[in-house]
Design a protein around this ligand. Structure first.
Ligand SMILES: Nc1nc2c(ncn2[C@@H]2O[C@H](COP(=O)(O)OP(=O)(O)O)[C@@H](O)[C@H]2O)c(=O)[nH]1
Ligand SMILES: [Mg+2]
Length: 412
């Protein structure tokens, strides 16, 4: 049966988004599922705003086009200076701009066309044809190897992602009121984690990203005053060199909260420095004890320890959070980026965290902007709201993880 997910790899998707700026792709139509049929195409793609079409042919080419204007079957010519065609040349998509003075499309009830030149799903067939008009300067040999047989055709809705600057603009529906703060505090306090007593949330990220500060900030909210239990600060290399599990309480003598934040040494770009990928894997499997002193030149050796029984579900990690400093994201070195990818691959190879790891990179709903308490002396409503919203989302993701693993595993 045809799958309802896109054939694009994450990297290809990212590359295509790169052509369009800060955007997200939402799946609208997939020909192998919905049919190579203009009526079905319009049913799913009309009045959706800007869209991206991605076609695949039997020679392995990936190509398509973007239009910033709605499909509406108006029968009118559409002017759209932002429209373009693209084709992957190797790993990167190359953009072909529309020539000035040309219409980007004829907005009729037939299948999608670009510049009345390139027709996709022509005559309700898995076919692309070039009508030879010159709205776009294309070289069909380069673009799709002159192979008009489509093996798939997908259409995505393009959604702009506002800049991650929550203080300036409500890019997500955060309600900035004390009532909402109280509500979130209550939701978190009373959150029932399925299968275990407390969700274990692991924070990983570069040195100085704010992992320790995140714990301190959450702890401060529930303590009602600034706390600095996890050592946070500025230094080129990691201040945190131990694995620490920080349980949280609702106030000094209060009840335990339903989650534990796990702090680690930072990732560093050199191999053999900072947190090791093997160590991360051991942490996630629940093998590494609290206060374990990391050795940056050698990973943790499970055999050395007296661990005779396999760790229980409670001892494993249920949610992994990548902590990143948004002001430094454009400076992130490619070596560090490679480390991130290596970690994601490692997470993927651990069956139990598949669900969690697949959420690590791309989905926007999993990007949680926060402002940690770093210089403040007093708690601040806006910071609290972002921090609490992040915790709430982490607890939900941990729940997804529990839902995803087999029910027998949750039993003691
Ligand atoms: N401006 C600002 N500084 C932060 C924030 N979070 C942490 N910091 C500062 O960044 C530095 C590194 O933070 P730390 O928590 O030790 O990072 P870690 O290495 O990931 O544990 C410290 O000087 C913090 O005060 C934040 O949200 N905003
Ligand atoms: Mg730290």
């Amino acid at each position: 049966m045809a799958s309802r997910t896109s054939r694009l790899t994450k990297n290809q998707k990212m590359q295509l988004c790169g052509l369009l700026g800060n955007v997200d792709l939402t799946f609208l139509y997939k020909a192998s599922v919905h049919g190579y049929n203009a009526a079905y195409f319009h049913q799913r793609c009309d009045r959706q705003g800007p869209t991206l079409l991605v076609a695949y042919n039997s020679s392995g080419y990936i190509f398509g086009g973007y239009t910033s204007k709605d499909y509406t079957q108006s029968g009118q010519y559409v002017t759209d200076e932002d429209a373009f065609l693209f084709s992957f040349q190797g790993k990167v998509p190359v953009r072909i701009k529309i020539n000035s003075g040309h219409h980007a499309r004829l907005d009729d009830s037939r299948g999608p066309n670009f510049g009345q030149q390139l027709y996709f799903c022509y005559n309700n067939q898995p076919t692309v044809i070039n009508q030879g008009v010159s709205a776009f300067n294309i070289n069909t040999a380069l673009m799709y190897g002159n192979d008009g047989n489509l093996t798939e055709c997908e259409v995505f809705k393009i959604e702009q992602i506002s800049q991650v600057s929550p203080e300036k603009k409500a890019w997500r529906n955060v309600v900035w009121t004390t009532n909402r703060r109280e509500e979130l505090v209550k939701l978190i306090k009373t959150h029932k984690v399925s299968s275990v007593n407390r969700a274990r949330i692991l924070m990983i990220g570069p040195v100085g990203a704010g992992k320790s500060s995140f714990f301190n900030s959450i702890n401060s909210i529930f303590m009602g005053r600034m706390t600095n239990k996890a050592m946070a600060g500025s230094s080129g290399t990691s201040l945190t060199t131990q694995f620490r599990r920080y349980p949280l309480k609702d106030g000094r003598d209060g009840k335990p909260l339903p989650f534990v934040l796990c702090d680690t040494m930072g990732l560093e770009e050199q191999t053999g420095a900072g947190l090791d990928i093997e160590d991360i894997s051991s942490i996630i499997q629940g093998l590494i004890p609290d206060r374990y002193q990391f050795n940056p030149v050698a990973p943790y050796e499970p055999n050395e320890q007296k661990s005779s029984r396999p760790p229980s579900l409670q001892e494993k990690i249920h949610c992994v959070v990548f902590v990143i400093d948004v002001t430094k994201i454009s400076l992130m070195s490619s070596k560090l980026e490679d480390k991130f990818f290596a970690i994601r691959r490692k997470l993927n190879s651990l069956v139990q965290v598949q669900e969690v790891s697949s959420r690590l990179g791309v989905p926007v709903s999993c990007v949680l902007p926060v402002k940690n308490y770093s210089q403040e002396l007093e708690l601040n409503l806006n910071c609290d709201l972002l921090l609490l919203t992040a915790v709430q989302q982490m607890l939900r993701l941990a729940d997804d993880y529990f839902d995803d693993i087999s029910p027998t595993e949750g039993k003691p």
